[in-house]
Design a protein around this ligand. Sequence first.
Ligand code: ADP
Ligand code: MG
Length: 577
Amino acid sequence: MSAVVQSIAVNAAEQELTDGFHLIIDALKLNGLNTIYGVPGIPITDFGRMAQAEGIRVLSFRHEQAAGYAASIAGYLTKKPGVCLTVSAPGFLNGLTALAHATTNCFPMILISGSSEREIVDLQQGDYEEMDQLAIAKPLCKAAFRVLHAQDIGIGLARAIRAALSGRPGGVYLDLPAKLFGQVMDADAGQKSLVKVIDAAPAQIPAPDSIRRALDVLKSAKKPLIILGKGAAYAQADDAIKALVETSGIPFLPMSMAKGLLPDTHPQCAGAARSTVLKDSDVVMLIGARLNWLLSHGKGKAWGDAPKKFIQIDIEPKEMDSNVEIVAPVVGDIGSCVTALLDGMSKTWQKPSADWTGTVSKKRDENVSKMAPKLMNNNSPMDYHGALGVLRTIIAERPDAILVNEGANTLDLARGIVDMYKPRKRIDVGTWGIMGIGMGYCIAAAVETGKPVLAIEGDSAFGFSGMEVETICRYNLPVCIVVFNNDGIYRGTDVNPTGGPDVAPTVFVKGARYDKMMEAFGGVGVNVTSPDELKRAVNAAMDSGKPTLINAVLDPAAGSESGRIGNLNPQSVLKKK
Ligand code: ADP
Ligand code: MG
């Protein structure tokens, strides 16, 4: 060996080194990202091991999509980006659905995927799991970055965090080629290259003019309405929102995931008078809610003939006028906007007339009492109302529990029937009405909040992520899953019109026992056929905190096509009767 090479070797031995693996871990920890949801495999297996060894909580799933949904809702619940880690090509694509979901729902999330070598991928020479992941991710997320050099890891992660959290939150893709992990550099220089992101979601103060304009429109209203969306829940400006609603005296309508921001039992809650307030209101103030399909785009039959004026509070300026004219756009973060509105309401603020608030509460009380007897039935097999009646009581008694909800009828009916009492306790299918979020959400909700979780799942919806019950058992999470089992999609009574051996496309195995799945992994499985049994089983599960799956046998004829959105199904003019 030559003298020169020898002296380099001696220096290298003395010099403290770090590598890509450790720099990524250090960068995550420096930014308080202490939990990773993912599935191990090439090239990120060792990374997961090392991250765990360095004190990061690494939760391994059975499918990347469920891990991704977990990361997305972790972002919503904590206002920090949820991190999902996957392998290349197929693992990346599995995680991508969740990244797109996070972006659509305005949840901050970072999907980190290992990828194959650029040189081979770009020449399309057929590498192991070859795919140009960055290009594919780009249109489906808010931002996408690739890091090629170890010294850029700090900046790469900082950009990902800022992109996910600032302005309208969303999903960010971070591409880490296999080679990066093993790249070595001087440890000191490595530490210095890391970035601790300061004020990742800076307050965005609304223009004073926009506040005055909004208050003027609000003052002119005879029948005002406030609609609270999941952006308002995400913002964690709970006290300010409560103060604004109560000071204004205006009835409010919570969107699905905004339920509980103020209790559904609040005297101003118009949840049970939804159709009336949409139709009859004259000024509507949207707070962190979009006028998308979930609000019939702000026009048409659901909104009635009364002329409407819209005020909209949102962090995203481009959201304004997206569906109808917004006469008073208020652009800024919800905390700052709501506080400014509150400050602008003079001591002489006139609450809406008793005529309007009285009409709303009368309608609400009528609807609530119409529903009440249905919720008390003890039919066996159960119908939706009997089953949801007991779950409604359980949530009233355990308002800290997190409710996960997906399905068709199971979703629509639970949303209407189960009252929520605290902010961010109801998490569901979101803007896309996606099926498959269930188990990922349960896991993240339990991990991030430490609270017990109750999942109300349609049997079909549950199937999309059902294998994750093993994950729930493995980490021994306080999750109680209730599967509303009516033998099929929408219901279990369809027949094959040809009389052939295949069942109808919407029908599952009759009398399936989902509870046995939980038992297979050491959890508690219970089969229940009446609301009384359901109540006992859920209470036992919530008391014990043991992973539990309750197979709730529903009448196969219970349930309507597509729940409440059957109108979105195209109809064939040729369809017979
Ligand atoms: P929902 O489905 O409950 O109606 P949406 O997802 O349609 O709610 O709307 C949420 C809105 O909230 C989005 O337009 C988003 O830009 C906005 N948003 C999210 N976070 C904030 C925030 N911190 N401040 C202001 N607006 C926000
Ligand atoms: Mg079903």
